[in-house]
Design a protein around this ligand. Structure first.
Ligand code: ARG
Ligand code: ZN
Length: 482
């Protein structure tokens, strides 16, 4: 007789459950972790090393359908989120992350569900327990003025209203945990999902999000409805919505990737020439790193001063003011491969985003008449501030794979020392093997998640080199490398 406990309750089949003796046995062996049929509460967080409460356990989301109505005049959002998810265990209740806003009602599988809220956790108790493996639909109706949140490092995320010479608007940004300010969800990068986002705004405003614009229609009552579709999986911190009196343009890159840009009117004069390089950069990334990962590209430019940073929101990065520095535009576009398609497993893996996007800038520069990556690497090492980008940078303060706290995940070592890790691999492997490794990494983890351990193992396997010293000194070492 097989007395092993089932590896995962989710793998139980209907047929096996239909046999009473087998069911009884399974109930017995599954007893210590809860039965797959009778639920227990899903975990309130995924125990991320830096944001332990972010995300939730017990289910995985396949799809979000967000229907949002926003009026910049009063800043009030009315939202309906329909979340299709798969239970990974029997669930008596489960959590969604949501900050602020008023929840008006929740239903699960079409039946009214009870809910309560503590902190940023919305706990939903379905009328009937959910079964392990069950695909279920949760609808949350909510409204209110979405909050602007403060990151551990003091920068703003969440919902960020802006004024632009009397023409207001707002932009939603989610790195690392701002998305909970505007829609309920499993807000951790490890649970990626596809999205359909409908935005209804007063006539005269444009509403822009990720992916493809499916329709733009008169919704009556002086309002316009925009329907956006992201077919590929998106980490929720990379979802955006922007409302403003934007000037929009469309086109295709020379290689054929459709792009869509939206620019705040005051930024249009500067953004025109800056964004003119976008198509060429998207195609350059495809040539260097492998096919552009999404069905559309583009950018959103909100008024200068709205934010202290740009963000690589999927397919359509957000810039605060025109990205007149080509390096900044290239950086956010490079994130489409590194961060957006290949997303971090946890917030500890941030250097897989930032180190790679920074190294992409170095590569772009060396191929477009700037200094070589080698020269830049040497300048950083020597503390030579004459090379652009090296000035005053405290790149060595901590090992990029181990930021000291949540406050440091966007600090210089994650970017620059992270880029230097890649350059060290290139020095060891030579160009041919290095670029093959980089393309292979992107291809292997396309639309997925990856950790630092995944990367170090992959780099060694693909180059055939023992890179332990590089990891010890550059990635994990406490001391300043020299
Ligand atoms: N990921 C953004 C970039 O492209 C920067 C985000 C900065 N956020 C922050 N909280 N400091 O580099
Ligand atoms: Zn970045």
């Amino acid at each position: 007789m097989d007395t092993r406990a089932p590896a995962r309750p989710a793998r139980l089949t209907r047929r096996r459950l239909a046999v009473p003796a087998a069911a009884a046995l399974l109930a017995l062996v599954a007893g210590c972790t809860g039965s797959p049929v009778h639920g227990r509460p899903g975990a309130a967080g995924l125990r991320d090393p830096y944001f332990p409460k972010a995300g939730n356990g017990g289910y995985e989301v396949d799809h979000y359908a967000l229907d949002l109505d926003y009026d910049p005049a009063d800043g009030v959002l009315h939202g309906t989120a329909v979340i299709t998810a798969r239970a990974e265990q029997g669930l008596s209740s489960f959590n969604l992350d949501l900050a602020g806003l008023k929840v008006e009602g929740v239903s699960v599988q079409g039946e009214k569900a009870r809910f309560n809220r503590t902190g940023n956790e919305l706990t939903v108790r379905p009328a009937e327990d959910l079964t392990a493996g069950e695909v279920f639909r949760t609808e949350v109706d909510y409204s209110g003025r979405p909050r602007t949140l403060s990151d551990p490092d003091g920068s703003k995320e969440g919902w960020i209203p802006f004024e632009a010479g009397g023409a207001g608007g707002a932009v939603a940004l989610g790195e690392p945990v701002g998305s909970m300010a505007w829609f309920p969800g499993n807000h951790h990068p490890s649970d990626k999902a596809s999205y359909d986002i409908t935005l209804t705004v007063p006539r005269g405003f444009e509403a822009v999000s990720n992916g493809e614009l499916r329709s733009r229609t008169d919704a009556g009552g002086g309002r316009t409805e925009f329907v956006w579709h992201s077919p590929e999986p998106v980490a929720s911190y990379l979802v955006t919505a922007a409302v403003g009196r934007f000037q929009v343009s469309d086109g295709r890159t020379p290689a054929g990737v459709p792009w869509h840009t939206a620019v705040a009117p005051g930024e249009a004069a500067e953004a025109g020439p800056a964004l003119a390089r976008l198509p060429e950069m998207v195609d350059w990334g495809s040539a260097r790193f492998g096919p552009y990962p999404f069905s559309t590209a583009g950018a959103i430019v909100v008024p200068e001063g709205t934010l202290t940073y740009a963000l690589e929101t999927q397919s359509r990065p957000v810039f605060s003011g025109a990205p007149t520095e080509p390096g900044l535009l290239l950086h956010e576009l490079a994130h489409q491969w590194f961060g957006d398609s290949v997303s971090p497993e946890s917030w500890k893996d941030m250097w897989l985003n930032e180190g790679f996007a920074t190294y992409a800038e170095w590569l772009w520069d060396e191929e477009h008449g700037g200094v070589s990556a080698q020269r830049r690497f040497e300048a950083f090492l020597a503390g030579d501030t004459s090379v652009d980008g090296a000035a005053g940078s405290d790149w060595a303060a901590f090992p990029p794979a181990e930021p000291p706290s949540a406050r440091n995940i966007s600090d210089e070592p994650v970017y620059y020392r992270g880029a230097m890790v890649l350059h060290r691999i290139r020095q060891e492997a030579g160009d041919e093997r290095f670029f093959a490794m980089l393309r292979g990494w992107v291809a292997d983890h396309r639309h997925g998640n990856a950790s630092t351990k995944d990367f170090t193992a992959y780099a060694e396997q693909k180059t055939g080199l023992d890179l332990k010293k590089v990891w010890d000194v550059w990635l994990y070492g406490k001391d300043r490398p020299h």
